[in-house]
Design a protein around this ligand. Structure first.
Ligand SMILES: *Cc1c(COP(=O)(O)O)cnc(C)c1O
Length: 372
């Protein structure tokens, strides 16, 4: 096999090339405008993304972690509070809770969907619980109706981590319109990615919208009038302009992700490999195509030998990270999350991936599974 045949885990260039004229024009327009922050480009993107998500408001912020953090602050989460989080997620979900001075309280996922096991949430609720923070992991929507019903019964807020779920649908409704507030990341590798860091909060609640808007800009609504101790967390106009151009291509890009995922589901069917499971109410965004195998590390090595790039999302669960030693968890406390982290492997998937590339990945996985 020649090196040019190698298939990377991810290639972001095709998505740029698909919208190249609009993106290049946007970059030049902002450069020439003489206005770079909290300007017209940001306002226009916020309106377009709110409309895309079927909500009244969108507030652009600096990154996904800030979107989660400011969203939790808007819900009133503070020192001494507890927030329910998945035991299996990217650590940003937990860090946002910690940044509020609150404690992340992990709940295990359902093995089949990798999302919060809603039958386990109520056992984790205490007098201190303030909010539930579900994640639509890998782009598969979490069971939001059940989560909202639990939150309503206990008077809790719901903020969902939508960082991997741009364009996903839950029972035909847009992810991003299903919670009190929804937090987004526009990190370059996300399904809607900027040319650097970016994030947003979507909501249909005007009061929450206003709180996040004030928090992202030094606690100020009117220049030099500071109502609260805020942050500097704005989405640059140049990133907003790029995102607005790419948003017009998001449905097409998502359709391509879905068709690649379907080819994987068909082509890898019947192998000794756990494939993604899609509940009938979910239309996933396919941010990642995650398979599971007991001998994951060998599978990854053998695929690499065949020139197939893969990644692990994620190798170590948050409760086992040194950063969370303070919570005192040990191995075995969250066995489902731990087993997942030991067995999951993400296959290459990006809009613009060719049929030949998809076929080569399927062929390589089939060949490798005969020997691992
Ligand atoms: C990417 C990601 C984040 C953080 O987003 P940044 O923009 O990198 O801060 C949070 N949660 C999840 C699930 C993510 O995948």
């Amino acid at each position: 096999m020649s090196l040019s045949d190698a298939i990377p885990f991810l290639d972001l260039k095709p998505v740029y090339l698909a919208s190249r004229e609009a993106i290049d024009a946007a970059l030049l327009r902002v450069a020439a405008s003489g206005w770079y922050l909290l300007g017209k480009e940001l306002t226009e993107f916020e309106a377009a993304y709110a409309s895309y998500c079927d909500v009244a408001h969108c507030v652009g912020v600096a990154n996904g972690l800030d979107a989660l953090h400011l969203g939790l602050l808007a819900l009133g989460v503070g020192p001494g509070d507890e927030v329910i989080v998945p035991s299996n997620t990217y650590i940003a979900t937990w860090l946002a809770v910690s940044q509020c001075g609150a404690r992340p309280v992990p709940v295990e996922p359902v093995e089949l969907t990798y999302n919060l096991d809603t039958t386990q949430i109520e056992a984790a609720i205490t007098q201190r619980t303030k909010a539930i923070l579900p994640v639509h992991l890998y782009g598969q929507p979490a069971d939001m109706d059940s989560i909202r019903a639990i939150a309503a019964r206990h008077g809790l807020g719901v903020l969902d981590d939508c960082a991997q779920a741009h364009a996903a649908l839950y029972k035909g409704r847009r992810v991003g319109s299903l919670a009190d507030l929804s937090a987004w990341s526009f990190y370059p590798g996300k399904n809607l990615g900027a040319f650097g860091d970016g994030g947003a909060v979507t909501t249909s609640d005007s009061e929450l919208d206003c709180k996040v808007r004030v928090l992202r800009n030094y606690g100020s609504r009117v220049k030099y009038v500071n109502e609260v101790k805020g942050f500097n967390s704005r989405l640059d106009d140049i990133q907003a302009a790029v995102l607005a151009a790419k948003l017009r291509y998001l449905d097409e890009a998502t359709a391509q992700r879905r068709s690649i995922a379907q080819r994987y589901l068909d082509g890898l069917d019947g192998l000794p490999l756990t494939l993604p499971y899609v509940p009938e109410w979910a239309d996933p965004a396919w941010h990642l195509f995650v398979v599971r195998h007991e001998n994951r590390d060998a599978l990854q090595t053998r695929l690499a030998e065949r020139g197939i790039g893969t990644l692990i999302h994620y190798p170590v669960p948050p409760h086992m990270q040194a950063a969370y030693a303070e919570l005192g968890y040990t191995k075995g406390d969250f066995p489902i999350a731990e087993r997942m982290h030991a067995e999951v492997l993400s296959l290459p998937l990006w809009p613009g991936m060719t049929d030949t590339q998809v076929a080569r990945v399927i062929e390589a996985v089939r060949a490798v599974l005969e020997i691992v």
